[in-house]
Design a protein around this ligand. Sequence first.
Ligand SMILES: N[C@@H](CCC(=O)N[C@@H](CS)C(=O)NCC(=O)O)C(=O)O
Length: 215
Amino acid sequence: MVAKRRLYHFSTSPFGRRARLALAHKKLEVELREARQNPAFFEEARKLTVARTVPVLVEPDGSALADSTAIAHYLDKAYADAPPLWRAGLAGFEVAVLVDIALNALVDLGTRYYPLMDSAKWEGVKSEMLGRAQAALDGLGERAKGMGATVYTAGWSAPDIWLFTMTAWLEGLPARAPSAPFPAQIVSLGWRLPEALSRWADAHRRRADVLALDA
Ligand SMILES: N[C@@H](CCC(=O)N[C@@H](CS)C(=O)NCC(=O)O)C(=O)O
């Protein structure tokens, strides 16, 4: 029997969701292993790579790769005949990197470093990292105002996937905060999602691949 492609992921994570949308864009079937609801899957993922994060992609030949951005670059090279995730031109890479600056700062501060909040140095570190996250969000908001429905006129691709999953995740955090500590901690940091990003995302909320994320 041929092994299936697998993705270890957290279903609510923007990193996991963008990996899933990247796989859908490449029209690749994948078996999903939800690693938050099933801690045994998280343990499996951690044995497959030393990265200690999900998503982790496992190809049918057993080779494994962590990191959603690396996964999307890999998929483009490995499945070059399928629709492209990345295109020539700086704009898409700039959008993707600003998304990661914002997400990494908010996730690190609001989860991994949050236990340090009683430190005398916390406010200084938080202010610096939050300033970077907010500058990235504001920069993306300005870009969204001048953008069409997608970053490249040729249509939906990785930068749109990056921007959409970040926007939808940040929008959803306040509603999740009362019942989940990590969302509550991230919300408590005090950032603002530019309205232009929500308006840009409106065009994509009913896409079949986006709806399939929660099906
Ligand atoms: N740069 C990584 C970030 C992945 C990441 O931070 N994943 C989180 C879930 S949102 C995770 O695995 N957290 C578990 C942990 O850090 O122990 C990517 O793009 O895949």
